[in-house]
Design a protein around this ligand. Sequence first.
Ligand code: PRT
Ligand code: ZN
Length: 294
Amino acid sequence: MTERLRIAVQKKGRLADDSFALLKKCGLRFAIRGGGLLTRVKNLPIDLLLVRDDDIPAFVSTGASDLGFVGENVLVEEQLTTEGGIDAQIDRRLGFSRCKLSLAAESGGDILSSTDLNGTKIATTYPGVLRKYLADNKIKATIVEMKGAVELAPSINIAQSICDLVSSGATLEANGLAAFETILQSEAVLIKSARTLSPVKQDIYDKLIRRIDGVTASSDSKYIMLNAPRAALEAISAILPGADAPTVMSLAGSDDMVAVQAVCTENVFWETLEQLKAEGARAILVLPIEKMMA
Ligand code: PRT
Ligand code: ZN
């Protein structure tokens, strides 16, 4: 039986859809059906282990899974709170599920900065990260550990402030709270243990990682095509964001205009197009890039 690389992915929740979408963009063909713990990828020797996000670092650390997709916040919390530590480190940053772990308190209340936390109670589901932050900053406060609904803690007098994940800020606002400090920036990450993979698994891993890198690199990249006055070529090349030497071709029937094409490795904003136009560029097209391999 051929060995299969195993990847732990959140079964359902905020990370699940983007994790599945990334794997699909990497060319993996699979179907997620209710119930099952393990899903076979049809066209590569890879199995997906569908679990709760909190269990993913431990699965990778113990070898139940070779890789895992998890929020950096969960990884750091598990690293700080698991006895004996865990053998799971960040292998790639994936750029989705971005959020912040922030300290927040009643808007317009007495707690306006972290120094005001001395002698108070802080509710959180991230006791490990919070404990480290308080120790690093020499703040003496009591941590009230909760399993969820942390944003309600101040209104029911369990704590004076909270330490919770924030994305749009709408939840804090709806509960009359305001964030005053970010203690961790988080995004989805691919995690791996330091163990050596078998040669077969290493090959599958290498192939997958090349594809993940290709998808991540192409997501911010754009292909740009435009016509430009030959005299403005230098100025126009300087504006193209993150582009190496552009391809320049002559235009049929025109001596002073040329066609320019380039891969921009950074996002192309409307402001960039306006600058290009101001330099004399015309017929500007910005196209998405689906895949890239160096
Ligand atoms: O069932 P399982 O244990 O697998 O999932 P879960 O309920 O523990 O996690 P889930 O699916 O809610 O979140 C998974 C991961 O998504 C988190 O660990 C983060 O890495 C990431 N993420 C990104 C978020 C948020 N954004 C987020 N906004 N996780 C939670 N929230 C919550 C936050 O706790 C707060 O209650 O959303 C609320 C705030 O959102 P805003 O937009 O109102 O600020
Ligand atoms: Zn969870």
